[in-house]
Write a protein that binds this ligand. Structure first.
Ligand code: HEM
Length: 214
């Protein structure tokens, strides 16, 4: 039996969508700065990239606060349990109508591969992106006004690190877009991130108990 369960709370959905918009916009302006194409023009692309970056940092501060005050950070702790089963599912099972190897519940809404990927994003890719971006800002703009906050000879290493992390993040977004379609139905994951609700199977310690407590 399935029931409609409230999985994603309002701040979580707001954070998810604003983060998605900001990352796509940062990638679009960032790769223009990198020199791939011309849309806004270099100067404007830099200005917009900086505004979006400050919004992104503000959002991250609120998200960190939310994750710790709600205890939701625990959902992201990686686990080996069912990790290979999940990998096998994505590589093989999914194309052969195999059932999802992990059941989603409110208390365990991420599968082992999601846990690992999101954990890596939170502790590695996004911190590298933000810190290299901040170093970029500290180096370039003060220097234009003859103030040297960051005394290094060249921006090259920072630019390379920032760009590699950007490629990681863009690859993640592409894979993520595909994985959105691999829920119980083609659109169930997407709908859940808009409404907060998802049809989930009854579960002895998760969905059933939480629903009955409401
Ligand atoms: C808080 C986060 C971020 C900050 C503070 C930041 C800051 C910056 C700054 C200051 C620049 C250099 C602009 C200039 O040349 O004057 C830059 C370049 C760039 N940014 Fe970001 N950025 C952030 C996030 C992102 C994200 C999320 C992406 C992509 C997913 C991205 C992609 C790029 C790319 C590709 C460049 C061009 C690098 C180059 O070739 O020099 N940035 N960023």
């Amino acid at each position: 039996m399935t029931r409609k369960v409230y999985v994603y709370r309002s701040f979580e959905r707001f954070w998810h969508w604003l983060q998605a918009i900001l990352i796509i916009f940062l990638a679009f302006t960032g790769f223009e700065i990198h020199g791939g194409y011309s849309f806004f023009g270099f100067e404007e692309a830099v200005a917009y990239h900086n505004i979006a970056a400050y919004l992104f940092i503000t959002l991250i501060v609120f998200a960190i606060f939310w994750h710790f005050t709600t205890g939701e950070w625990k959902q992201y702790l990686p686990t080996y349990k069912n990790l290979t089963a999940q990998m096998r599912y994505y590589l093989w099972g999914i194309f052969n109508d195999a059932p999802h190897p992990t059941k989603k519940t409110v208390l365990r809404k991420l599968n082992p591969m999601q846990k690992l990927t999101y954990f890596g994003l939170k502790v590695l890719v996004i911190p590298i992106m933000v810190s290299s971006g901040i170093l970029y800002i500290l180096y370039r703009y003060p220097q234009r006004h003859e103030i040297r906050y960051l005394n290094i000879d060249s921006l090259e290493i920072i630019a390379i690190i920032h760009t590699i992390a950007a490629f990681f993040l863009v690859s993640f977004v592409i894979v993520h877009l595909y994985l959105i379609t691999t829920g119980e139905t083609l659109t169930s994951n997407l709908k859940a991130m808009f409404t907060g609700y998802e049809e989930l199977e009854d579960d002895d310690y998760g969905n059933k108990n939480l629903e009955e407590k409401k």
